[in-house]
Ligand binder design. Structure first.
Ligand SMILES: [Zn+2]
Length: 164
């Protein structure tokens, strides 16, 4: 009866085998990841991590937005985060289209003006990454002993390349 029946059926199978109830919500590996919403990225698997290990914040582009910063501050102070990885990726839509190109695609898809939408476009992904890492490192609620790294994830090889 629902548009979500297939997913709910899969969830019931998942819950049948689920035995992690009562588990706490801290980051057991001490890791937080900010990365893109891209469906080619498996944030835990690509780092050899699993359930309970990391805090993950995703948005288009894997940018350190104010909301991402909120998540990192909570993670660092309340949820055991000691290392932060900022992870944009190759062939990302918000780094490989211009602002005008992406607006045109959205306008065509929606059939309406997209000029007023906020889009997290960057024309220099590595510079944006450096700015984002600096933003986290200099935040007054991120202690100096928290390690912050900037990486580009290659969606064609699965490799992380550290840039900062
Ligand atoms: Zn992306």
């Amino acid at each position: 009866m629902s548009d979500f029946d297939d997913l709910l059926a899969a969830n019931r199978e998942y819950a049948d085998k689920f035995d992690d109830g009562g588990f706490d919500g801290v980051a057991h590996a001490g890791v937080a990841i900010v990365t893109c919403m891209d469906s080619r990225i498996e944030p835990l698997a690509m780092l050899g991590l699993g359930l309970g290990d990391a805090k993950i914040f995703r948005n288009p582009g894997g940018r350190v937005t104010p909301q991402a910063m909120e998540a990192l501050v909570l993670g660092v102070h309340l949820l055991n985060v000691k290392r932060i990885l900022i992870v944009p990726h190759t062939r990302c839509a918000v780094a490989s289209n211009t602002d005008a190109e992406l607006r045109a695609k959205l306008a065509e898809s929606a059939g309406k003006d997209a000029s007023w939408l906020h889009l997290p476009i960057t024309d220099d992904q590595v510079r944006a990454l450096a700015e984002d890492v600096a933003k986290v490192r200099s935040h007054p609620f991120v202690p100096e002993d928290v390690k912050v790294g900037g990486f580009i994830y290659d969606v064609d090889t699965g490799l992380l390349n550290q840039k900062i």
